[in-house]
Design a protein. Sequence first.
Length: 116
Amino acid sequence: MATKKTKKNKTPKKKQALESPLKGLYLSLRLKAFITDIFMIYTPMLYIMTYAILGSAKDFRENQSAIFLCLLFYALTHSFFIAFKSQSPGMRYAQFKLVKNNGEKVGFFLALWRFV
């Protein structure tokens, strides 16, 4: 990547100092979105699978296929949100979108691949 040179042929160092705080801010927004998505999408799904379908927490812990189905359903739900709205509920709360480098929406399979 080319950088502009100053009059004394020195590269400016202000840009490097600005990138670091912005990167930390972006990570905190992603963490905020992730935690929100877990509580809004995954937790109700686990609760329904545990008590409405299986009947008890013990049955849920012993049934590996139920755990896999919950994770699969969460992955599909999250990917649909990303593909059609460019935001999950957590991303909407954190006020950012996921788009490609050219500004287009991310497709369903690319969003699913990101989840995996």
